[in-house]
Design a protein around this ligand. Structure first.
Ligand SMILES: Nc1ncnc2c1ncn2[C@@H]1O[C@H](COP(=O)(O)OP(=O)(O)O)[C@@H](O)[C@H]1O
Ligand SMILES: [Mg+2]
Length: 224
């Protein structure tokens, strides 16, 4: 019988923190390194993951991408998962930014499908506050999953470490608020400016040195 896929989201309520780009890089690395069938569901109406994917696919029409990408509105995700979820080993859901918990309820509900959530955080006071608000959503999600006797693994990590001076304060604040933080962070990587669906980020020297430790921690903490 087909197994349920593991479902993850790399998300925060804020935009511009690296949700889409880190999702792409991790998804491609999981497909390549762990030999898994991976799908990214792009729920952002700006469809940035799909755009990256299609743009690249046009250049390499004869190559097979390492991952699949499907753009869906948040309301259509559950039906899609029921019909096609078991075709995949691992599914990442890329969510849009949220402006308000109530108005964005269909987006919040997407997280209820997840086995694991990784929260990218930019090291600044504003981001620390926004992330703590997002943690309230995570708590509700955890409670729901617990009632269903399901686990939800949640962690955070500092993205673009080199850009900000207040990473340590942000990290301490979030840890105190109860978010477990990765020991690895990500600095600005050149490979992230042109994510590829045809080659693993780990196959470059930069990816090998600066992305792999983070990726390994991801696989360990989220049991892939
Ligand atoms: N670690 C990183 N290294 C380099 N560029 C990054 C990194 N994280 C995010 N970016 C860049 O920041 C911008 C916003 O990232 P994106 O993934 O679109 O954010 P979100 O999906 O959270 O709105 C993009 O131009 C992306 O390439
Ligand atoms: Mg995005």
């Amino acid at each position: 019988m087909a197994k349920d896929p593991k479902i993850f989201s790399i998300c925060n309520s804020k935009g511009g923190v690296g949700k889409s780009v880190v999702t792409m890089m991790v998804a491609v690395a999981v497909a390549e390194q762990k030999n898994k069938k991976v799908l990214v569901i792009d729920c952002d109406s700006q469809a940035s993951v799909l755009a990256m994917y299609e743009q690249e696919a046009e250049y390499y029409p004869d190559d097979t991408p390492l991952i699949d990408v499907e753009a869906l509105s948040p309301r259509r995700v559950n039906t899609f998962l029921k019909r096609f979820g078991s075709d995949y080993d691992v599914i990442f859901i890329d969510i849009p930014r949220m402006t308000d918990k109530k108005a964005d309820n269909p987006t919040v509900m997407l997280l209820y499908n997840c086995d694991g959530i990784l929260v990218p955080v930019i090291g600044s006071g504003v981001d620390a506050i926004a992330t703590q608000e997002f943690m309230e959503i995570l708590e509700e999600c955890k409670t729901f999953k617990a009632e269903m006797k399901e686990d939800l693994i949640c962690h955070g990590f500092i993205n673009r470490r080199n850009l900000r001076k207040s990473n340590a304060e942000t990290e301490t604040e979030l840890k105190q608020a109860g978010l477990k933080m990765f020991s690895n962070s990500l600095s600005d990587l050149r490979i992230f400016t042109t994510p590829s669906v045809f080659s693993s980020p780990l196959s470059t020297a930069e990816g090998n040195r600066r992305f792999e430790p983070f990726f390994k921690e991801f696989c360990r903490k989220f049991k892939i």
